[in-house]
Design a protein. Structure first.
Length: 216
């Protein structure tokens, strides 16, 4: 059975708040040799989009094209070939770059970066966790206090809606959340979580127990 349709135009309209009340790209871009914000540099962070989302984008903007590895000096490959770690319902995209960004047509992956929904072992969407590989380069991950309440609420509402329509996505994010826990367990660190209830918590990567904490 085909997956239920997700109205990406409406989802985008409801998840449009900036992450902070200033342009964080200006703070990280000077540290990137390309001069672009790290999350808008397709050679640093390749945006992935749902196939349904790509259909919507293709029909409404010329901002995006299928990502080509040779754009980043890597060997070419068949864009429809299976890519390690990329779920079947997603593909890799590239935009025209930050100078040509069209805010209304940013992909969900742009809007959510640097966060993903943390889903516990018992499949509860607890809050926002960070893509840990970008910890050293992303100013927002280093300054979680700057994340606005509106952004957090819109993030939670958007993924509640997505999980409601596509419950299988909970599994994917539960796997990713587990991977995050394994990495943090190795590093002997607790996982920072911007909880859906508005609080900040540190999560034990072994037990997934949460402890309320002050924002760093
Ligand atoms: S979210 Fe992080 S990587 Fe993206 S522009 Fe802001 S500081 Fe830079
Ligand atoms: S669409 Fe905009 S926000 Fe998304 S990666 Fe491109 S420049 Fe960045």
């Amino acid at each position: 059975m085909p997956a239920p349709r997700v109205p990406f135009d409406q989802l985008y309209a409801r998840f449009n708040a900036p992450i902070a009340d200033f342009d964080c790209g200006q703070l990280c871009a000077p540290n990137n040799p390309s001069g672009k914000p790290f999350c808008c540099d397709i050679c640093q962070a390749v945006p992935a989009a749902y196939r349904q989302e790509w259909e919507y984008l293709q029909g409404n903007t010329n901002l995006w094209h299928r990502w080509r590895p040779e754009e980043c000096g890597q060997p070419a490959f068949d864009p429809d070939a299976e890519i390690d770690g990329l779920p079947e319902n997603m593909l890799l995209l590239a935009c025209q770059g930050p100078r040509h960004c069209q805010r209304d047509f940013r992909a969900l992956s742009c809007r959510q970066f640097p966060f993903f929904p943390f889903v516990s072992e018992d499949y509860r969407f607890i809050g926002l966790a960070c893509y840990w590989e970008y910890e050293k380069v992303c100013w927002v991950i280093q300054h979680l206090e700057a994340v606005s309440d509106t952004y957090r609420q819109q993030f939670v509402a958007a993924f509640d809606e997505l999980f409601d329509r596509w419950p299988d996505e909970l599994n994917s994010y539960a796997d990713l959340s587990l991977e995050l826990c394994e990495v943090f367990q190795t590093r002997r660190r607790r996982v920072p979580i911007l909880h859906r209830n508005g609080g900040f918590y540190l999560l034990s990567p072994a037990s997934q127990r949460l402890r309320r904490a002050a924002l760093p």
